[in-house]
Structures are given as structure tokens and as C-alpha cells.
Design a protein. Structure first.
Length: 314
């Protein structure tokens, strides 16, 4: 089973408009509301592709009730920990003409210490049947610094691999806690490490304790970085669509392969890049296109020199 934990879930609201104009008034068909947050997107993708999953997260308030109702209707196995604070919302506006998506994320409200303890207890209870633990998404403002390391620690204590997809100081804490796989994007990596060179930045996380860094490069594909290897995968042309959830689909691919015992960075990178690309072709985060198999066959995969990713300072 793939066990996912989402510390800062959101009710995702998505609208599609013909053209997004700053300061303008727009008309759109009815939007779509979906229980989201990165860990839930991971669980949705993995579940849709036949994996055994359980998504653990929190819910609170009236938004939380809508969140719980939609998640229940989705069929994705889950366990919700009640909290007093209102579940946050995330708004995505897809510009159909430009192929761009504008996202507004509420920051969320920090649960109490006892509510965090309830979440951790739920994770610990479910770990004996898990093959991999995924800790994915942001943490609310003022969340304990120890939260992400504690979640990783209970996974490591249970003897299962841990995949972490977070950002900011939490990304460094995840590396220090020994997460097996980290999945930042290029901007998150620079923000967390202060290192402009992507390969050096990724290897600084490995020096802290991670084994593999899957680094999203947007339209340029993805890197798999280990202490001794560097693999790059990309399509020959970028895809137009909604990139929201593309990174989550890559994490889902990694989790499915890790649960099956696969550890080869190139094989993991191929699947993660294909699922990420396939997510761009779908309107909502948490889905991937069935074209992922064809996309995987179209990937250009190489073992480049690290310096080829250094930006020209001029």
C-alpha cells in the first residue's frame, strides 16, 4: 500500500476561461471543486492506475465538509483527521488561449498540537500495511518545525521508503531526516538551498541525507540526481495544457515503482516524467491522460555532464 500524508489540504477550485485579462471581468462555465493538496493528488493518480493507496489528511469547517464529501464520492481510500480550523481553498484559472494556469493558494491555518498528534497517530497506525510513505505538500504557517521530520522518522522506523515533496525550510528538514526521495522543482530548490546550479543544489540535498532527487524542470523535463549519477528526461516539444498537479503525478509514479521494489533512477525518471507530462493533458490535478505510455516511449533520455545545466552568469 502507498500511504500519503497531506499536511495542508485544500479544496481545489478550477475554472476555464477563453482568455485571462488582468483586471477584466470573465465568464466561465461552472467550475469544478475537488479535494486536493499534493498528497491527495498523488493518491488519486496512483489509485486510478491500479495501486493500493490510503490518503491521510485533515479536514475542518464548512469547506472541510465539502472537501470530505467530494473525497468520499471519488472512491479514493482515505482517513480524515478532524481539526477546528477551516480547510483552505486553492483557485486555478486556466487560460485556454494561452495554455497557462493562474493559481491562488490560501496559506491555511495551523492545527493545534493535539490535532497534529492525532494525525501522527493515524499515520503510525496505518504504517504496518504500507510499502512506501509519501509526505507531500506545503505545511501551514506556524506549523511545528518538527512536523515533516517526525513524519519521515516514523516511516523510516517502520522500515519503509519515504518520498517527500515539500518546499522552503521543510525541504531541507526532509533531507536532514533522511527522506529516500525528494521532489522539488527548480525554483523550490534554489529557494531552499540558495544554490543556483540545479545539479549542485540537488546534490547538496543528497549530502544532507537523501538518496535520490527528482528535479522538475517544467517544459525542460526532469532530472534524476544521485550522488554518482545524473539522468535527464524530456519530450522533444513541451505540451500545452494545465500543469497543475504535474509534479504530483511524477511523485505518484515514483511511489508506485518504489512500492514494487524498483530503485533504478533511470526507470523511475522515465515513468515520473511520462506521468507528469500526461497530467498536463488533463483539466484537473490528480488525473493523468492514458497517453502516458506513448509519452514514455517518446522521451529523450540522456546522461549529461553536470555542467550542462549551469546557467551562463552573463
Amino acid at each position: 500500500m502507498i500511504l500519503t500524508v497531506t499536511p495542508n489540504p485544500a479544496l481545489d477550485l478550477t475554472w476555464h476561461v477563453d482568455r485571462l485579462r488582468e483586471g477584466g471581468t470573465h465568464r466561465a462555465d461552472a467550475g469544478v471543486a475537488r479535494a486536493g493538496g499534493k498528497g491527495l493528488n498523488v493518491a488519486r493518480v496512483a489509485y486510478a492506475e491500479g495501486a493500493d493507496v490510503l490518503a491521510i489528511t485533515t479536514m475542518g469547517g464548512r469547506v472541510g465538509e465539502e472537501f470530505a464529501s467530494e473525497l468520499g464520492a471519488s472512491g479514493v481510500p482515505h482517513a480524515l483527521v478532524p481539526v477546528a480550523a477551516e480547510t483552505r481553498r486553492s483557485i486555478a484559472v486556466v487560460d485556454e488561449s494561452a495554455g497557462d494556469t493562474t493559481i491562488i493558494n490560501e496559506r491555511g491555518v495551523n492545527p493545534t498540537d493535539s490535532e497534529w498528534a492525532d494525525l501522527l497517530a493515524e499515520v503510525v497506525e496505518r504504517l504496518p500495511t504500507a510499502k512506501v510513505l509519501v509526505v507531500s505538500g506545503s505545511v501551514p504557517p506556524d506549523a511545528p518545525d518538527s512536523l515533516v521530520p517526525m513524519l519521515i522518522a516514523v516511516g523510516k522506523d517502520a522500515g519503509i521508503p519515504v518520498i517527500a515533496d515539500t518546499s522552503g525550510p521543510a525541504l531541507l528538514r526532509a533531507a536532514d531526516a533522511g527522506a529516500d526521495v525528494l521532489k522539488p522543482n527548480a525554483a523550490e530548490l534554489v529557494e531552499a538551498t540558495g544554490i543556483a546550479d540545479p545539479v549542485e543544489g540537488a546534490r547538496s540535498l543528497i549530502a544532507r541525507g537523501a538518496e535520490l532527487v527528482l528535479l522538475s524542470l517544467g517544459a525542460d523535463g526532469m532530472l534524476a540526481v544521485t550522488a554518482s549519477d545524473l539522468v535527464h528526461a524530456r519530450l522533444d516539444e513541451p505540451l500545452a495544457g494545465n500543469p497543475t498537479g504535474a509534479g504530483d503525478a511524477g511523485v505518484a509514479a515514483c511511489a508506485v515503482l518504489y512500492a514494487a521494489g524498483e530503485r533504478d533512477p533511470e526507470q523511475i525518471l522515465r515513468r515520473a516524467t511520462a506521468w507528469s507530462a500526461a497530467a498536463v493533458l488533463t483539466p484537473l490535478a490528480g488525473d493523468i491522460s492514458p497517453r502516458w505510455r506513448a509519452l514514455e516511449q517518446q522521451l529523450l533520455v540522456s546522461h549529461p555532464a553536470p555542467e550542462s545545466f549551469r546557467k551562463d552568469p552573463s
